[in-house]
Design a protein around this ligand. Structure first.
Ligand SMILES: [Cu+2]
Length: 99
């Protein structure tokens, strides 16, 4: 039974690390450079974002889908975000503080 126990804890550990990897990939890491609540825009400095076709790190302005998102962060915060192409620009669909 010791083998079974070792095996199941190994599987458990593997499942945990897979979960952590998925959680890390759930957003693009960025730093908040500027917030414009009246225009519902946020300036983010972010690393490569393959999902958006951005291979280089950059600083750019994003619109936000919901202006309330801007109340959860402030300039200088490290954040994770997701965005989609919308109307010739990009709109942030998810935004959360990085831990
Ligand atoms: Cu960008």
């Amino acid at each position: 039974m010791t083998i079974m126990k070792t095996l199941s804890s190994a599987i458990f550990a593997a499942a945990l690390s897979i979960g952590a990897a998925i959680a890390q990939d759930a957003g693009i890491s960025a730093e908040v450079k500027k917030i414009d609540e009246s225009a519902a825009k946020i300036t983010l400095k972010h690393g490569p974002a393959k999902s958006l076709g951005m291979d280089e790190p950059m600083t750019m302005v994003y619109r936000v889908k919901d202006p309330a998102m801007l109340k959860q962060v402030k300039v200088g915060d490290r954040v994770k975000f997701e965005a989609e192409e919308a109307g010739g620009g990009y709109a942030v669909t998810k935004l959360q503080k990085a831990k």
